[in-house]
Design a protein around this ligand. Sequence first.
Ligand SMILES: [Zn+2]
Length: 383
Amino acid sequence: MTEKLNNNNIDNWEKNQIKKNRIKYFNIVGIDLGEDYENYLNLTYISPSEDTIKGVLEKQKIFQSNFNRDYYNGMLPQRNIVQEMQDRGFLDFDPNESAEMYMCNLGLGMTYVTPNIVKIGDTFKLVAKVVINFGNFQENIDHSIDHELNHLYELALVGIEGSTFTATSGWDIIYGTIASAESAENISLNRPKRPYELFNEIINEKISKEISQIRIEKGIQVLGKPTQASLKNATSYDATNYLVDDFFKTYKKEILASRKGNNLHIILDAVGKENFDALNQLFSTHKEHFSKAFVYADLLKNLAESKDTEETRVFHQLEQQRDEILEKMHEHYLMYKNSKGTDLLRPTEDDLKAQITPERIAEAVRRISIKDLTNEQQQEFYK
Ligand SMILES: [Zn+2]
């Protein structure tokens, strides 16, 4: 809170609110020095100890978490999702997981894919929970479906060990547990970020845009309106295109080949893991500075007007780091190619285009919407 009071980016309304609450606190503990916050500034000796504050915050977190669990899990769409997970025999059963997704988007719901696992006979099969939220989209809904279907296409099971399974989604490694419905824990938004999670999304969005483009050229629409929305700036991931465009264009073959199955090593071998990690770090830095819409809008405006601000300096530094990393990747790639001798067998652009047909898209959508399956049909479905 004190940090907020000293922060120039926090508006006065919020600061006044903090001050008012502090005065209220003092009043409650029996100290009334009037309405002027300045009068209370020397009263630090009655401030609660750090341990007390920690304890209160901890309790507050638990209450919030319990509230979220009860509130979001009581919502009808959420209950339907949980019911369907149960009906399909999903073994990684955390009913709070999708409730968390509601919270992430201020109750509007999210569109997402998460891996899961079912047991058919003696074997485990990788399945996925695909949630497409219809309330949150207008014209770009078809593109969102393309984005999620590409996640689905890029999912692969790596292995199962004890009660943990590992799956890859593109470059993202996801660990799941084979749990029971009873073991649901409280909801928290503090899930640790996975190392390539954001980078993976950014690349998935780039690939999905190309898929959408092909779909549009082929005249295929699923739920969208006849007039296609522009794919430009379709998602928040587009803000990092300045960091990723050249990388994506230059190493596209290796990128695509590395995303299906457990093949991350293909891109790491080609450009060098340390360079890949360095580029990955730039997305986090970008997000740290520019994830707030108004900060990003300010940045764009200041860049357009060639103004020199703290943010534009961060931006230019990111550009410079990007160029240095791409240079190192290029050096690494030359070494890699020489040592390889021959090129790897990789899908060509034509191969990839051929894979997307109206039938395949219709089939994928049909599979998502299948609800009532008999046991045999389920076996067929999960093959
Ligand atoms: Zn995604």
